[in-house]
Design a protein around this ligand. Structure first.
Ligand code: ADP
Length: 586
């Protein structure tokens, strides 16, 4: 960069010589003097050469006419050696004068520093300013020149130019960097958006696929399990009974696999909602232990539970998911234990105000898990020992789901185990205490009345188009002594409900002509006119959370997923009717 490149513009050759000799490097008395002044002004500089007064080496060019100067300035820029300073005469006949020349130079190179040299004032200062505008790039020097002043001006202005060029290139560098970073960031943001879109689409497709698959598999499974159930209630010889039982067990374990995969995908897709409802943890543990004891009894294992007395009776949480984790732990304990006992524990770890930190543990005296396997056991598709897989079966998804569910409830899972001695699987979960409410007399009375009302035989309308499922459901209900009417479409369900009085409608969702949602909406609309409320229980093979919401939105009272377990179906029917009865008597 030409920090010391100077252009002299004057039509008078002797001026060129004068200025050049002043700015040349001959050390004179004046130079010494100048150096003294500089040191005083800017502080002494350490450079040896400068101390000797040999201050700056200027590279000086010469122009004798305005246009010539304009051309030289642009040429100097193009060759990368621009002028740091121009000394400009004003009167240069016959071409353009100095002021016009400056105007042209500044049009293209506005930063150029210029000193106007003039013998007498042809232009007033005001005139110059009105011509060139107010600027800090312009200085005046009257001829004849004072050598010291000239040197000092040259030095000051070339330094100013140099600093300015440095500032400009620094700013440009910064701007370029900012621009580069911005475009990099923009690219990343775009890429991220694209990936997010893709992931969302893939996840949505996965959910839909799984919902469809589970629907498709559940419908025939309802037939398989239901029919084997009915078959088992008929007169069979010993061998037939055993074969039927095996068929039923296979159906059930296939269903468990489907349920696991569905649960796992639901959590992955962020579709698993955690409820917060009041429940009793003692009832919950009791229920699970009762359920697990069916299989532990068969293996001759003893089963027990202890519940910390300090745990409040009513807690807020998601009993369904808590039960699911506990059943998973419990079934594993039975599966991997040949002799000894299984112990369920519920402990209160912390209690602060209404916040309760609870730990649920299932201990067994089974095969245990080697230490090196313990850290991965909660990952999906992980099994401690591939040889046990063949013996015990399983997908390796159960514990992964437990971990996912515990984390969704802000809890944690963990285990302690010793190979050959047994395992303790636990999970912690923060729950809210519910202030206890006293039951009113009328609650108790209504409850009693509700139960009483269930003693009589119920009349149930079943809306279902699949023949096999019609038969399965009818047999299940009739075995409880209920009366059953069957219709095959939503339209028929609405009509039939108008002519007969039922205690409950069991409504399939997918039916020809009119589906279960629409039929329910029609029935609720009619009830607005006629009064009353018939409990409607949705019966569907779709098991995604959103299907449940859709059922409730359509005005159904509850939801039960196919394949239907008989005990489950009867319990849910009783529950819905009881709830309806209570509401009606409030
Ligand atoms: P699955 O049992 O379906 O294979 P899980 O995720 O429930 O899947 O369990 C993963 C593995 O953890 C099991 O295959 C088994 O090796 C080990 N495991 C789980 N519970 C126990 C237990 N109580 N005792 C010994 N091993 C266990």
């Amino acid at each position: 960069m030409g920090y010391n490149h100077i252009l002299l513009v004057d039509d008078n050759e002797s001026i060129h010589e004068d200025i050049e000799s002043i700015l040349s490097n001959s050390v004179s008395k004046e130079d010494e003097e100048l150096k003294g002044i500089e040191d005083e002004l800017f502080g002494s500089s350490p450079n040896e050469q400068e101390k000797a007064g040999n201050i700056v080496n200027y590279e000086i060019d010469h122009a004798y006419q305005g246009m010539e100067a304009v051309e030289m300035v642009s040429e100097a820029y193009e060759t990368g050696n621009p002028y740091a300073l121009i000394f400009m005469d004003v009167r240069m006949p016959p071409g353009i004068d100095g002021i016009q020349t400056i105007k042209q130079i500044w049009e293209d190179y506005p930063y150029t520093e210029i000193v106007i040299c003039t013998a007498y004032s042809d232009y007033s200062w005001d005139k110059i300013v009105s011509n060139l505008g107010s600027t800090d790039k312009l200085l005046f020097m009257k001829k004849p020149f004072d050598a010291t002043a000239l040197k000092q001006i040259a030095l000051t202005l070339t330094t100013k130019w140099k600093l300015q060029q440095e500032a400009i290139s620094y700013t440009e560098k910064l701007e370029k960097e900012v621009e580069e970073r911005t475009s990099e960031l923009n690219e990343l943001v775009e890429k991220h958006k694209e990936m997010k879109n893709k992931a969302e689409k893939a996840s949505a497709a996965k959910s839909v696929f799984l919902a469809n698959m589970s629907h498709e598999i559940r419908t025939p499974m309802n037939g398989v399990i239901g029919m084997t159930d009915l078959l088992l209630e008929t007169d069979l010889n010993k061998e037939q009974k055993e074969l039927s039982r095996m068929a039923k067990r296979s159906g059930e374990s296939l269903l468990r696999v489907i349920n696991d995969i569905l649960d796992f995908s639901k959590v992955e897709a962020g579709k698993m909602d955690i409820e917060s409802v009041p429940f009793n943890i003692r009832d919950l543990v009791n229920e699970v232990v009762e359920m697990i004891s069916l299989s532990s009894d068969k293996k001759g294992l003893s089963i027990e539970f202890t519940i910390d007395d300090d745990i409040p009776n009513r807690l807020l949480g998601d009993p369904t998911r808590l039960r699911q984790v506990l059943i998973n732990y419990g079934s594993n304990a039975v599966k991997f234990t040949e002799k000894g006992n299984i112990l369920f524990e519920a402990d209160l770890l912390e209690s602060a105000g209404s916040k309760q930190l609870i730990r649920l543990t299932v201990n067994d005296t089974g095969i245990g898990i080697a230490e090196e396997k313990q850290s991965t056991i909660f990952s999906s598709f992980s099994q401690a020992d591939s040889s046990t897989t063949r013996k015990f079966g399983g997908t390796g998804l159960g514990l992964a789901i437990c971990r996912q569910l515990a984390e969704l409830m802000d809890g944690e899972v963990g285990l302690e185990s010793k190979k050959g001695e047994g395992s303790s699987f636990y999970f912690t979960v923060p729950l809210e205490k519910v202030p206890s409410e006293k039951k009113t007399d009328s609650d108790i009375q209504n409850g009693e009345k509700g139960l009483e009302s269930l003693d009589r035989s119920l009349r149930i309308l079943v809306a279902e188009d699949n023949k096999v499922n019609q038969m399965v459901t009818t047999k299940m209900l009739e075995s409880e002594g209920f009366t059953v009417d069957i219709v095959e479409t939503g339209t028929e369900a609405v009509e039939q409900n108008e002519v007969n009085t039922y205690d409950l409608i069991l409504m399939d969702i997918q039916m020809p002509e009119m589906d279960g949602y629409e039929a329910t909406e029609k029935i609720r609309k009619i009830e607005k006119r006629t009064g009353g409320h018939i409990p409607i229980l949705a019966l569907t093979a779709s098991a995604m959370e959103k299907d449940r919401d859709l059922c409730l939105q359509a005005g159904m009272d509850d939801y039960i997923a196919k394949p239907v377990d008989k005990q489950d179906l009867i319990a849910t029917i009783k529950n819905v009717i009881e709830r309806d009865f209570r509401l009606a008597n409030k």
